[in-house]
Design a protein around this ligand. Structure first.
Ligand SMILES: Cc1ncc(COP(=O)(O)O)c(C=O)c1O
Length: 426
């Protein structure tokens, strides 16, 4: 995906310096080949290896018309978490039967949009939603397929802000007998629901499979209990996403197969031993599909040296286009793209331009002496960068470009100042 030629960084045979000139900075750049390569890993390790499986792209990682189209072409489903993401999929002409809808507080309008478009399944996040959704279905004289998101009460070895499987979480139905079993019975008995089964998502940016495997134990018990208590064969199980990627050298991601194989092997043998029908199995990775496929380009502006303390090199974007460092201390690596072969004899803080002291993109960044006008490439920014972009300080959201085999294509235009005030009234 990357190459260095004549001191310049190339991505998929496109010069990052030329991309910066052509589209301006800050800029999001995605390698389509890398996205497709990531999808292939999922196909090889999961979809094509085990029968009755599918993967849904958790589009919160990077939700655009382009991604919806690409996922459709590649045979992936979509996991959406808002009316806006669902609307994007509708506008992209994505097959509605291949959409699943997650989220802990879907609004009436969002659920109506989902029901009116007959989406594939709704992942019910709490008991309150179960009753509300049933009421809506009755009102609309319609039915829907549902899964239950279960909180498996396991904690993941990741940042506290991106762990989701602990009991004290806003997500999912807790495992208390008096909550979960009545809810299952209610869903099975309801005339408007086709109860498919269970879902968990235990956290993000995970580098080992222990949390998924521990959470599976919980699901296995639920499969068995659902059969024993209600005579009901669970039809579907979704193992969520959370598969980690490489941001810096400290990250040691494991292949997807190391998450999938133990889960599938355990599930298959448990179903055989307990005489249970093997459910369909799905997953919903986000970060894994787009994270390493995306980079960001910035232009370096002012350089501030504080003698004896440190040097700040400021870029023309920041926490508005990548909030993760400020939000939960995410770490990135980068390269001065027009000095790609030069000795890294400086150590600087790359600061953003926003009015917050936490707006530091990379701390202790090793690079050649930075200068006004240099182009900085930051790696592995493809997930949760553009999708969390915001207009703080009224900074416009940058453009997004896709590159492939030496060609580049604009897939999201840069916001203009007029775009930012278009919904305002005097
Ligand atoms: C329910 C659910 N599924 C899937 C994902 C995707 O996670 P990741 O991007 O880490 O694969 C998330 C992320 O927050 C999630 O909440």
């Amino acid at each position: 995906m990357f190459e260095i030629k004549n001191n310049e960084l190339f991505i998929d045979q496109c010069s990052t310096i030329e991309l910066a000139k052509k589209y301006d900075t800050p800029l999001y750049v995605y390698s389509e080949n890398k996205i497709v390569e990531n999808l292939k890993e999922i196909k090889d390790a999961f979809i094509n290896k085990y029968p009755n499986t599918h993967a849904a792209y958790a589009c919160k990682a990077f939700c655009t018309l382009y991604m919806c189209k690409l996922m459709e072409q590649e045979g992936f489903w979509l996991d959406v978490v808002s009316g806006g993401e669902l609307y994007t999929a509708i506008k992209a002409g994505f097959p509605m039967e291949h959409i699943e809808f997650n989220g802990n507080n879907k609004t009436r309008a969002e659920l109506e949009l989902a029901l009116d478009n007959n989406i594939g399944r709704i992942v019910v996040d709490n008991v309150s939603e179960l009753y509300f959704l049933e009421k809506l279905c009755v009102e609309k004289n319609t039915t829907t397929k549902i899964l239950f998101r279960i909180t498996p009460n396991v904690s993941a070895d990741t940042h506290e802000y991106i762990t989701t499987g602990k009991k004290d979480s806003k997500f999912g139905i807790p495992l208390d007998d008096e909550i979960v079993y009545p809810a299952i019975k209610y869903a099975i008995d309801s005339e408007v629901f086709d109860f498919l089964g269970f879902h968990f998502h235990v956290g993000s940016q995970l580098h080992d499979n222990s949390t998924h495997v521990a959470a599976l134990e919980v699901i296995l018990n639920l499969l068995k209990d659902t059969k024993e208590k209600f005579g009901y064969d669970v039809k579907d199980f979704n193992m969520g996403g959370g598969f980690g990627i490489k941001y810096t050298d400290a990250d040691k991601p494991i292949p997807i197969s190391e998450f999938v194989d133990p889960v599938m092997e355990k599930l298959i043998s448990f179903c055989e031993e307990n005489n249970l029908k093997m459910p369909a199995v799905s997953m919903e990775p986000g970060r894994f599909i787009v994270g390493e496929a995306g980079i960001q380009l910035y232009t370096i502006g002012n350089i501030k040296e504080i003698p004896g303390i440190r040097t700040y090199a400021a870029v023309d974007g920041g926490m508005t286009d990548n909030v993760r460092p400020g939000l939960y201390g995410a770490k990135y690596e980068g390269l001065i793209a027009n000095k790609a072969e030069e000795e890294k004899d400086a150590t600087v803080y790359i600061s953003g331009k926003c009015c917050e002291s936490t707006d530091i993109i990379i701390k202790d960044f090793k690079c050649p002496q930075p200068e006004f006008g240099d182009i900085l490439a930051v790696f592995s920014t493809g997930a949760y960068g553009y999708s969390m972009a915001n207009n703080y300080n009224k900074n416009p959201i940058p453009a997004v470009v896709v590159v492939k085999d030496g060609e580049s294509k604009l897939i999201v235009k840069r916001q203009s100042y007029d775009d930012m005030i278009m919904n305002e009234v005097l």
